[in-house]
Design a protein around this ligand. Structure first.
Ligand SMILES: Nc1ncnc2c1ncn2[C@@H]1O[C@H](COP(=O)(O)OP(=O)(O)OP(=O)(O)O)[C@@H](O)[C@H]1O
Length: 252
């Protein structure tokens, strides 16, 4: 029997005034699956994730998480659904006014200063998962390199043990080697913790490495979705043009 959909998106539409951003998006992400969404800047990848998180309300369509409808759910229900999720923001979004251990445990304490000894242990354990030592617990994020900050942000995203993780451009701003370290970490965290992952990325090497399947969003619709090893052999001229970064082709 195939695995149930953890996230089931059906016919989702969203416009801002005349600007039709999503125009009937349908996509399933299975439990424990890692799926990457690729597409040009401004095609609505972030809008789609915000709709899944209940931060934007679609004009039409359905989004179910574990079978539970997000669209039109009460604030309380949405909060309960959101608790299953975590997010790695572009640029990390760490708080420089807080030491690393409080950044890592932020999702558990909601920023409050509670159980410092226990929280420091949890922070150290999660930092170890991303290859960082307890020696950085008391540092501020600005004292770390960009790659280390990304790892801390990853430790923070997994600390509350979310069932679903959203990654927004996880490798942006990193050199190819550091980017690959982050890709490896994402894959091992997703596999070890059984997390369902949805990633937005422009980085084709990253999409091919961290995703089991890749979907391409174009003009408000998913125009192709397939296994990662078909990304460069999709038979779709739009996907070909995008992944090869060619100026000439059907995408204008
Ligand atoms: N709150 C909003 N109000 C009005 N328009 C919005 C809003 N949020 C997004 N948009 C518009 O929706 C479109 C898609 O934006 P979105 O940020 O989802 O693109 P994206 O695919 O994530 O781009 P990028 O890859 O550059 O991050 C853009 O035209 C943007 O201006």
């Amino acid at each position: 029997m195939s695995k149930p959909a953890k996230i089931a998106i059906k016919d989702v539409a969203k416009a801002f005034g005349e600007n039709v951003v999503l125009d009937g998006v349908s996509l399933d992400v299975k439990t424990g699956e890692s799926l990457a969404i690729i597409g040009q800047s401004g095609t609505g990848k972030s809008v789609l994730i915000k709709c899944i998180l209940g931060l934007l309300t679609p004009d039409a369509g359905s989004i179910r998480i574990d079978g539970q409808e997000v669209v039109g759910a009460s604030e309380r229900e949405q909060e309960r659904i959101r608790r299953k999720t975590g997010m790695l923001f572009q640029g990390g979004a760490l708080f420089d006014s807080l030491p690393i251990w409080r950044n890592v445990t932020f999702g558990l304490t909601r920023g409050a200063y509670k159980n410092p000894a226990k929280m420091r242990d949890i922070a150290a354990e999660n930092l170890e998962r991303v290859g960082l030592g307890a020696d950085i617990l008391d540092l501020r994020p600005s004292a770390l390199s960009g790659g280390m900050q990304k790892r801390v942000a990853l430790a923070r995203a997994v600390a509350p043990r979310p069932e679903i993780l959203f990654f927004d451009e996880p490798t942006t701003g990193l050199d190819p080697i550091r980017a690959d370290v982050i890709n490896d970490l994402i894959m091992s965290l997703v596999d070890d913790l059984g997390i369902t992952a949805l990633t937005i990325t422009h980085d084709m090497a990253s999409a091919r490495k961290i995703a089991h399947r890749v979907a391409m969003l174009y003009r408000g619709r998913i125009i192709w979705c397939g296994p990662r090893d078909r990304l460069y052999d999709s038979g779709n001229p739009y996907v070909d043009q995008f992944v090869q970064g060619q100026a000439e082709g059907p995408i204008r």
